[in-house]
Design a protein around this ligand. Structure first.
Ligand SMILES: [Zn+2]
Ligand SMILES: [Zn+2]
Length: 126
């Protein structure tokens, strides 16, 4: 698959960070390498990359969408104080079949789960 130069730089940035940046944060970072890039272009490339399955779009964890270069299945935990998002690498076995007992007339196709907590930085501020 051919990547445009811009898209490759955006992808590289996301692969190198575990901070789960928002589109605006990605934009701020890649501008050092591509001073002329627009926020709209960053949005568009993030969208294409996530549709191609090369990055993950996190729709939970706060009001703004965040992006993750790590596409392996993993859980996220969000600090309710500062809003930072971290990975949780513990195994949690959730089976879609377990959800069939939930009373709804929808056909359940997925589950979004985010953990909430206080990050170590915020906890030590108190
Ligand atoms: Zn925090
Ligand atoms: Zn993650």
């Amino acid at each position: 698959m051919r990547l445009t130069k811009q898209r490759k730089i955006i992808l590289d940035r996301l692969k190198k960070t575990t901070s789960h940046p928002t589109a605006v944060e990605v934009y701020d970072e890649v501008r050092s390498q591509m001073p002329n890039i627009s926020l709209g272009t960053v949005y568009r490339n993030l969208d294409i990359l996530s549709r191609q399955g090369m990055i993950r779009k996190i729709e939970t964890c706060g009001e703004q969408k965040r992006f993750d270069g790590n596409i392996d299945p993993h859980l996220h935990i969000m600090c309710t104080d500062c809003g930072c998002v971290r990975d949780v690498h513990d195994e949690l076995n959730l089976d879609l079949d377990d959800l069939t007992s939930i009373k709804t007339d929808f056909k359940i196709t997925g589950l979004r789960l985010e953990l909430l907590g206080i990050c170590p930085g915020c906890a030590s501020d108190k």
